[in-house]
Design a protein around this ligand. Structure first.
Ligand SMILES: NC(=O)c1ccc[n+]([C@@H]2O[C@H](COP(=O)([O-])OP(=O)(O)OC[C@H]3O[C@@H](n4cnc5c(N)ncnc54)[C@H](O)[C@@H]3O)[C@@H](O)[C@H]2O)c1
Length: 422
């Protein structure tokens, strides 16, 4: 008999996951507490379907009854033998971690669990959270852990926009609060994924894997950024440094840039801190990355001889090329640093309408923008290439925050080119 799965949290992750497991033979009910979200999905009125590769065709190719949606968590869970929870755990200002959505999802799950259900948390968590904070909530169901309730953690390692591909690409890491929980969760994934399933010792190990891989990336990017700032100070091109240094196998310097955004890299160092450990290197890396917007604007200010009264166009508000997501986007840092110095700031992004930009607090700009005194490339959307410096006849400086523009073309047009580390 096919697995009956409930996926809780139909966001950028949960909706594709629900559709994916339905295409792999499970009977899936997707749950979200946001009625508008559920209605938009049911009516296919959401553009999210096209932002995620393969999602629309997966949903539209399913036979009737394979995938349904509701706001009623208890009813869905009562009819399931497996539950995946993927609602956000977020860090608020100053890094305070907010478990409200996750705890309320666990409470709702516990209210109607049937014996034998396996609950798997996929949201990234501080180490120890599944066992110490969430399992007790699930045990309020009255079921006994390891006998008729099974709880596991399995980090979601995919990138939004290519979730289906990534699900098949990376090993699925799974850890249970006890041996039988781990084994049951692993067999669910083995039955539905082609990727290898790696059962690790416990939930803490599985939680730490995700934090370790993302904090590794945070710290590596921070190192690239620090080296880029040294390159700027010494008037050396960082791209040449990277090419030279990475020409032997022991060095893999990443690309520097005007900041990192998204739900993961800027946030997960706080989850590590919440785990009760001291991680000064990782925290310093997070802080360096968070300062890059300000750094870029300082360079621009120096090149222009001040920013007061200057019009600056930011190209791209998404945190990543090709993705309509602004969580922790460096675009906000760049905008705020410019405004603080008295600049008039405009922004344009092919993935956002003028109304959406305004709702995010940006004054919409455009290409061409004849009155721009400077241009900052914040997101390397492919639509910004080829970059024509003549679209900005008044601009004296172009700050290439992603080191992807054609420096020669910009300088040939009589403009000053600045990169990050070049
Ligand atoms: N977005 C990513 O790139 C990414 C990548 C890897 C892992 N993750 C993990 O996935 C988690 C979710 O990310 P997302 O991007 O899908 O978030 P999202 O903000 O796009 O969506 C979350 C959804 O959960 C719903 N929700 C919140 N509380 C709920 C509850 N108690 N019951 C039912 N529904 C509830 C919200 O209404 C929303 O629709 C993240 O916190 C992260 O740990 C995300």
């Amino acid at each position: 008999m096919s697995a009956r799965l409930t996926v809780i949290g139909l966001g950028k992750l949960g909706l594709p996951l629900a559709a994916f497991y339905a295409t792999r033979g499970a009977t899936v009910c997707g749950v979200d507490r946001d009625e508008r979200r559920v209605r938009a999905i049911v009516e296919r009125a959401t553009i999210d379907l096209d932002n995620e590769q393969g999602l629309r065709s997966a949903i539209e190719g399913l036979e009737d009854g394979r995938l349904s949606f509701t706001t009623n968590t208890a009813a869905a869970v009562g009819a399931s033998d497996h539950v995946i929870i993927v609602v956000p755990v977020i860090a608020r200002a100053h890094g305070a971690v907010d478990f409200t959505a996750m705890e309320s999802a666990c409470d709702a799950v516990a209210s109607n669990l049937k014996p034998g259900t396996t609950v798997i948390i996929e949201t990234t968590l501080p180490v120890g959270t599944t066992r110490k904070r969430l399992t007790p909530l699930l045990e309020r169901s009255g079921l006994t852990l390891g006998r008729d309730l099974f709880v596991a953690f399995s980090p979601e390692r995919v990138l939004v926009s290519r979730i289906f591909t990534d699900l098949e690409r990376y090993p699925k890491i799974v850890g249970g609060v006890d041996a039988s929980s781990g084994a049951r969760a692993a067999s669910f994934y083995e039955a539905h994924l082609k990727a290898p399933v790696w059962q690790v010792r416990n939930t803490e190990t599985a939680e730490f894997v995700k934090l370790a891989e993302t904090c590794y990336r945070t710290t590596s990017i921070a190192l690239a950024n620090e080296l880029a700032m040294i390159a700027d100070a010494k008037d050396i091109d960082m791209l040449e440094i990277i090419r030279g240094a990475n020409s032997q196998p022991y060095s893999n310097i990443l690309e520097p840039g005007i900041g990192v955004g998204g739900h993961c890299l800027p946030v997960y160092p706080f989850l590590l801190e919440e785990s009760g450990v001291d991680a000064p290197l990782i925290e310093r890396g997070r802080a360096i990355n968070a300062s890059m917007g300000e750094y870029g604007v300082r360079r621009l200010e120096a090149a222009l001889g001040g920013l007061a009264g200057k019009t600056v166009l930011i190209l791209g508000v998404s945190f990543r090329p090709g993705v309509q997501e602004t969580a922790f986007s460096p675009a906000f840092d760049v905008r705020d640093a410019l405004v603080e110095r008295g600049a008039r700031v405009l922004a344009c992004d092919p993935l956002y309408s003028d109304d959406q930009l305004a709702a995010l607090g940006f004054t919409p700009g455009k290409i061409p923008q004849p009155d721009a005194d400077a241009v900052v490339l914040q997101t390397a959307h492919e639509q910004f290439q080829p970059f024509d410096p003549n679209d900005f006849p008044r601009a004296a400086v172009v700050l290439d925050g992603r080191n992807v523009l054609d420096r020669t073309a910009i300088e040939s047009a009589g403009k000053r080119y600045l990169g990050i580390g070049r």
